[in-house]
Design a protein around this ligand. Structure first.
Ligand code: NAP
Length: 249
């Protein structure tokens, strides 16, 4: 069986750490992000550690680009059997100030993007009679002030995951969700900036509210992805694991 994984939004942050971890685990990794050039750092980190990677530019919310990307990955790396739907955006605002565009872009990237990527990739997993799908949810799925759009999308991904688990299980394909808490990335740096807080003090404040007394790092999530993708996790499907340093966000 080909050992090929796709990680979306892998130019930086959680996606970059996940791509590197899956490469260490022996997968050839399609490092997918909006612009192929932005994937260069992740690809060279994988290659300099002795792994194999391919930079792929695609907007996950565009059906044609998604199909072309998955076709190219299958042709150049081999049929993908692992898909990590990680690409994400935030457009935070209180409900009464949230624009139609802020709602639509968040739904399109997280929900439509995960749907399109999964629909295109599952064919290869079913042919291989083995596959692993991991969707990035969030503790925000439980509700978060200023994130009506994002919380809705992240809760939606949990329903999507459970349905994939039910439909694809008999083909040897599992689907699970990871719901990270506070992870230090460009996404959370942008949040600190938006609310006018200095990054170091923002991290310290968030860490103080986390039971394990530290903020999360991308490698915490990459480790959980690696577990779900592993051979031994084949009887775990349709689950959501909160990776948040404690029982809640
Ligand atoms: P990040 O640093 O902002 O990285 C997200 C990546 O996704 C960026 O490289 C971005 O590209 C890419 N992307 C955005 N729209 C895309 C599209 N339409 N097609 C392809 N790629 C696209 O975010 P992160 O913090 O690593 O988060 C990764 C995932 O974890 C997201 O789904 C996020 O919602 C979730 N999550 C994060 C946290 C956290 O605390 N950081 C917590 C819970 C869940 P551009 O730079 O070009 O926009």
């Amino acid at each position: 069986m080909s050992k090929v994984a796709i990680v979306t939004g892998a130019a930086r942050g959680i996606g970059a750490a996940t791509a590197q971890r899956l490469a260490q685990d022996g997968f050839a990794v399609a490092v997918l992000d909006l612009k192929a050039d932005d994937c260069a750092d992740t690809v060279s980190a994988i290659e300099s550690a002795g792994g194999k990677a391919l930079a792929v530019g695609a907007d996950v919310s565009d059906a044609e680009q998604v199909q072309a990307a998955v076709d190219r990955i299958a042709a150049e790396l081999g049929p993908p059997v692992v898909l990590v739907n990680n690409a994400g955006v935030t457009r935070d605002n209180l409900l009464f100030k949230m624009s139609d565009a802020d709602w639509d872009v968040v739904m399109n990237v997280h929900l439509r993007g995960s749907f399109l990527m999964t629909r295109a990739a599952q064919k290869h997993m079913i042919e291989a009679k083995w596959g692993r799908i991991v969707n990035l949810s969030s503790t925000s799925a439980l509700g978060n002030r200023g994130q009506a759009n994002y919380a809705t999308a992240k809760a939606g991904l949990q329903g999507f995951t459970k349905t994939l688990a039910i439909e694809l299980g008999k083909f040897g394909v599992t689907a699970n969700s990871i719901a990270p808490g506070f992870i230090q990335t460009e996404m959370t740096k942008a949040t600190a900036e938006r609310i006018g807080e200095e990054w170091e003090s923002y991290v310290a404040k968030r860490a103080a509210a986390i039971p394990v007394a530290r903020a999360g790092i991308p490698e915490d999530i990459a480790h959980t992805v690696s577990f779900f993708v592993s051979e031994g996790a084949g009887f775990i499907s349709g689950q959501v694991v909160y990776v948040a340093g404690g029982p809640r966000n």
